[in-house]
Design a protein around this ligand. Structure first.
Ligand code: SAH
Length: 403
């Protein structure tokens, strides 16, 4: 590095986080409000996907039908993505609509769909039974298809750079409302609606292979339903979707007790920690929950996750111009990660998806590169994440479901 750039780095300003264009809700002490409790405690009717196969059988018997109907119905839903009674010709015609009504109440109504990247990215806007809105984003990559799912309507974590947090938490999604996002995506893929078909008309991945809990909401604040949904995703068909736990990523702001609980579940899920700053001074303002659980506690919990599961943890780091992208912060991050061992973690920086004309702007490419270079020089594997779906406000942190 030349003298000049060194000096420039030293004199880089420190922009402090603050809400722009909206007012961050505060608690009685004047700090950003954290909502762990949902203001609206309503849940949709129980759906097949809320229940294990055994529970489905019990429910059908209760409704006066033989238990094996649960398996038939599960095959329709989890393997054929069918909820239309007309197509369920293996069920007695007289009972079809009643069974479907009781077991498969409609959960998601499509409000809008936006496409980009030659149709290889689709953002869905869904209306839930009570009018709440959530989004999911479907992305085809070579050899895999990723769905970014929502776990809550809104979010109570109040991070000043994230669009979802701005309206606060509406309510937790039910397990079935989470799973149904995946089934709806699989249905769209099966109907040929996601771009990226091969020349012969076929496609590499006929269904969603990877799930990231990086849509709306804080998944670990909706722990029970999150785990129930995950269980449906990994259960072999027809009980569930038969997905690999390794291909499911749970992303969190850092709810430490819940991270430790997740580590103890004995499921090889991938865990991602939204760190965004290695120092408490900045992280206190960037991630309000840092008030409760500090950087070191969050990193200790992440390390515990690795120890219990053997799964390498991801550290998410949105690079924000002159706010968290200083070279010394890259060095401090590397130091804190290396202090907890080697080979247990990798860093995923992502250029911030900006709010135009505000302090919330992505880092310059040269600064981004230098940040990555420093981490790598310290032996930390680092991959810059893409910003798929930016043009349709479908990229990370842009999901606001404004209607
Ligand atoms: N509540 C969870 C998951 C939802 S957000 C969490 O915080 O991890 C998924 C990721 O998008 C998080 O890392 C979040 O910090 C990041 N994110 C939020 N707003 C963003 C923005 N404007 N640009 C880039 N990433 C953003």
């Amino acid at each position: 590095m030349t003298e000049h750039t060194t000096a420039a780095h030293r004199t880089r300003p420190q922009v402090r986080p603050k809400a722009e264009g909206w007012t961050q809700a505060t608690d009685a002490g004047g700090r950003p409000l954290l909502q762990f409790r949902e203001p609206r405690r309503t849940q949709p009717e129980t759906h097949l996907a809320d229940l294990s196969l055994a529970e489905r059988k019990a429910k059908l018997v209760e409704l006066g039908h033989p238990a094996f109907r649960a398996t038939q119905l599960s095959t329709h839903y989890f393997e054929h993505y069918t909820v239309d009674p007309e197509q369920m010709t293996d069920l007695p015609a007289s009972a079809r609509s009643e069974i479907v009504e009781k077991m498969l109440p409609p959960l998601l109504t499509e409000v809008r769909r936006l496409r980009t990247d030659k149709g290889e990215t689709i953002k869905f806007l869904w209306r839930l039974f009570d009018g709440a809105l959530v989004e999911s984003v479907l992305m085809r990559y070579p050899g895999r298809v990723t769905l970014c799912v929502s776990s809550q309507a809104g979010c109570g974590m109040n991070c000043p750079f994230c669009a979802t947090g701005q309206a606060g938490l509406t309510r937790n999604l039910s397990a079935a409302e989470i799973v149904d996002q995946v089934v709806a995506a699989n249905r769209a893929i099966a109907n040929g609606e996601l771009g990226g078909l091969r020349k012969d008309g076929g496609f590499d991945s006929p269904r969603v292979t990877n799930i990231v809990f990086m849509g709306m909401g804080e998944p670990l604040a909706n722990y029970k339903r999150l785990m129930n949904a995950v269980n449906r995703m990994v259960a072999p068909a027809p009980e569930g979707l038969g997905m690999s736990a390794r291909h499911i990523t749970v992303s969190s702001v850092g709810l430490v007790p819940a991270i430790r609980k997740l580590a103890d579940e004995d499921l090889p899920l991938t865990f991602a920690l939204s760190l965004h700053a290695p120092d408490d001074t900045l992280r206190d303002e960037l991630i309000p929950v840092n008030d409760r659980w500090k950087v070191d506690e969050a990193l200790d919990a992440a390390r515990y996750y690795f120890e219990k599961t053997g799964r390498r943890v991801s550290i998410e780091y949105a690079l924000i111009k002159d706010m968290n992208d200083h070279a010394w912060r890259a060095d401090l991050l590397a130091e804190k990660l290396n202090a907890r061992g080697r080979g247990w973690v990798h860093v995923n920086p992502i250029p911030l998806n900006p709010t135009p004309g505000s302090i919330w702007t992505a880092s310059e490419p040269a600064v981004t590169n230098e940040f990555i270079r420093r981490l790598e020089a310290a032996g930390i594997p680092t991959t810059l994440r893409d910003t798929r779906g930016k043009e349709i406000d479908g990229a990370c942190g842009q999901l606001a479901a404004a209607e």
